[in-house]
Design a binder for this molecule. Sequence first.
Ligand code: PRT
Ligand code: MG
Length: 210
Amino acid sequence: MLTIAVSKGRIFEEALPLLEAAGITPVDDPKTCRKLILRTTREDVQLVIIRATDVPTFVEYGAADLGIAGKDVLLEHGAESLYEPLDLNIARCRLMTAAHKNAPPLSGRRLRVATKYVKIAQRYFANQGIQAEIIKLYGSMELAPLVGLADCIVDLVETGNTLKANDLEPRDLIMHISSRLVVNKAAMKMKNRAIAELLNQFEATLATQG
Ligand code: PRT
Ligand code: MG
């Protein structure tokens, strides 16, 4: 049996065609079904539905053999203990700094930065030579600059609509983000044949998408 960890929402939606191309269709729809373990049309494959940020943990501990997670989540988690064989090119966005549209440039001064990406932000500002005090938030980052909690935020941007709706604007690109297939290291050895076959199927599908 192969267990694949995925989060509900955009990653699941965008991964579905890839999974289906490999013959993996969930028997229940996670949007309406409350089951956390989903059987699929492949007897030998099941999905576990978890929070996006928990995917690396499940795969690291071998509770799932494989997982699909955003590069943002993997970098923040520290994914040295996982294999990351494939960029699935889904759930694409950009990790950026953002500030109030009237705020002065973010360079040349000490900054307070609100984000859920504490590690990534620390590394980024250190590399820029900017002194930054990072404030960890779990959501609604956009609010922080509006109420004086922070000078800027580090968050994901797709269309930019969320920033715009809150009088913020994107400033600097930190990195492009997409979702990756990750594999437990022991499973890669123990279940090599099944996992290699699945990787080949995903790769073949991705190749047809250019
Ligand atoms: O909500 P939960 O805690 O369960 O987890 P999550 O919010 O991380 O899950 P989900 O499904 O929202 O995101 C999972 C992954 O999708 C992220 O880790 C990213 O790799 C990827 N992804 C791609 C995004 C976006 N695009 C995205 N736009 N994740 C979040 N957003 C949010 C962003 O944080 C901001 O609030 O959408 C808003 C910005 O969108 P625009 O279009 O207004 O710019
Ligand atoms: Mg979310």
